[in-house]
Ligand binder design. Structure first.
Ligand code: SDX
Length: 428
């Protein structure tokens, strides 16, 4: 028997069902609220207390620091799965058999070439363009060369659009780096794995044979898994709401890339490294920056710290911190910003300001240190986040369409001018 929530408005009581999820979370279903109360709605800036959908993809518990994709713990997936396998799990709901994974990879390889005409769009950007802006534009431009990808009404159409974007997105992402480095575009190699191919298209020199350090490959694969989905975050909610108008998958993902770009969201991994570099160049005194982060009159925020949902350690940050230490040691890299990050984190975690607000390192705090050790330029960090988040965006968009979710259209509380008469300009 489901529980009931009672709301009293203007002396009248209204009852609403309380829904219970498979992890015993409770949600008040207010879909009848405006009707039964003749116009009363709710308001919740930033949707801090408001669920937008029921989802079976990712579960996270911010208090306990739990993150699971389709019921599998992130710690297990990061340790035992690879990124393409995890992508399949997120999108189709089950870990693939070897045959299913091979077919998925073969279907992706079949679609991994991008129309040569697309290069003209890339050529139109200045070298100084931020890769996230280029990637969002190129992803949207893909629609023009794959017009049938807008359709997702049948299982076949949906699968075809999914395979196309899984195949072409890494190519476009690699192109955004090649634009900056001035290297010719690389077509990849259909005999390589998904992440190996990405690395080849990003870094392989035309006059050199392709090779990748297994440590680098493993670290990159793990980072992509850790970024693959995170329930209804800002960019995923963007992908869902754009897709709810039945805009195509590519257009929805292009919008998600723009949302992810913001420094409060995926852009934080670039902002963290820039912050750590600033601290290093300013003598390495991170106490001064902790004071700035606590000073309400100072707009400075400790980038890579805090999270809307995690009020404990972000489980991804824990895994990435260990991986950062291992990768730098294995590659024999001494990066002074790692010491600064460690010291900053240790100090913040002891500080009342951060403790009282449950501010802990998030996924972005250490990821940039690994990306840098892997030779990835700082402006590409958020592109790496996008590559990782792609299967999550796809899975969430697919679920939204398969559940026939209504078009997203929030209400508001109007606080503007009440009715007034027009005044001719000569009388103003
Ligand atoms: C990601 O949602 C997701 O799942 C996102 C993500 C994913 O995988 O998709 O996990 C990826 O986006 C991680 C977050 C990356 N962003 C950053 O690292 C930027 C720095 N962090 C923040 O700006 C902030 O913590 C947010 C945006 C992450 C969360 O902000 P909230 O939940 O809106 O919280 P808030 O801004 O209302 O802050 C609450 C209090 C405030 O102080 P008071 O007004 O109560 O005195 O905490 C303070 C804030 O000033 N605060 C910080 C802080 N973060 C919050 N103070 C200093 N430094 C910070 N980083």
């Amino acid at each position: 028997m489901s529980q009931i929530a009672t709301l009293e408005v203007n002396g009248k009581k209204y009852e609403f069902p309380i829904l219970e999820g498979t992890e015993n979370e409770l949600a008040i279903d207010i879909k009848t609220l405006r009707g039964v109360t003749e116009g009363v709605t709710t308001i919740d800036a930033g949707f801090k207390n408001t669920g937008s959908c029921k989802s079976a993809i990712t579960f996270l518990d911010g208090e306990k620091g739990i993150l699971r994709y389709r019921g599998y713990a992130i710690e297990e997936l990061a340790d035992k799965a690879d990124f393409l396998e995890t992508s399949y799990l997120l999108i189709f709901g089950e870990l693939p058999t070897e045959a299913e994974l091979q077919k998925f990879h073969d279907d992706i390889l079949e679609e991994s070439l991008v129309d040569e005409e697309m290069k003209k769009i890339l050529d139109g950007f200045p070298k100084s363009a931020h890769p996230m802006g280029v990637l969002s534009a190129l992803t949207s431009a893909l629609i023009a060369f794959n017009p049938e990808s807008v359709n997702a009404d049948s299982k076949e159409e949906m699968y075809s659009a999914i395979v196309k974007i899984m195949a072409k997105f890494p190519v476009l992402a690699a192109w955004t780096l090649r634009k900056k480095t001035g290297l010719p575009l690389d077509y990849g190699d259909k005999h390589l794995g998904y992440v190996q191919n990405l690395y080849k298209m990003m870094f392989n020199k035309p006059n050199d044979e392709f090779k990748i350090n297994p440590i680098v490959l493993n670290a990159l694969d793990k980072l992509l898994i850790l970024h693959a989905d995170h329930e209804q975050n800002c960019s995923t909610s963007t992908v869902r709401i754009v897709g709810s108008s039945h805009a195509g998958l590519f257009a929805s993902i292009s919008a998600g890339i723009s949302a992810l770009w913001g420094p409060l969201h995926g852009g934080a991994n670039q902002a963290v490294i820039e912050m750590l570099e600033d601290i290093k160049n300013d003598g390495g005194d991170y106490h001064k920056y902790l004071a700035k982060a606590k000073d309400k009159s100072d707009p400075f925020r400790l980038m890579g710290f805090g999270h809307r949902v995690y009020k404990n350690f972000d489980p991804r940050a824990k895994i990435i911190q260990v991986a950062a230490e291992e990768v730098l040691a294995d590659l024999g890299i001494v990066d002074p910003v790692l010491d600064i990050a460690r010291g900053l984190s240790e100090e913040a975690l002891k500080d009342e300001y951060f403790k009282s607000r449950n501010l802990y390192p998030n996924v972005d705090f250490y990821s940039g240190i690994i990306y840098r050790a892997l030779g990835i330029p700082v402006e590409m960090f958020t592109v790496m986040f996008a590559i990782g988040r792609l299967p999550g965006w796809i899975a969430q968009w697919k679920e939204m369409r398969e559940n026939h979710e209504p078009i997203g259209r929030p209400r508001q509380l109007y606080v503007g001018k009440t009715l007034r008469g027009f005044v001719p300009i000569e009388k103003r």
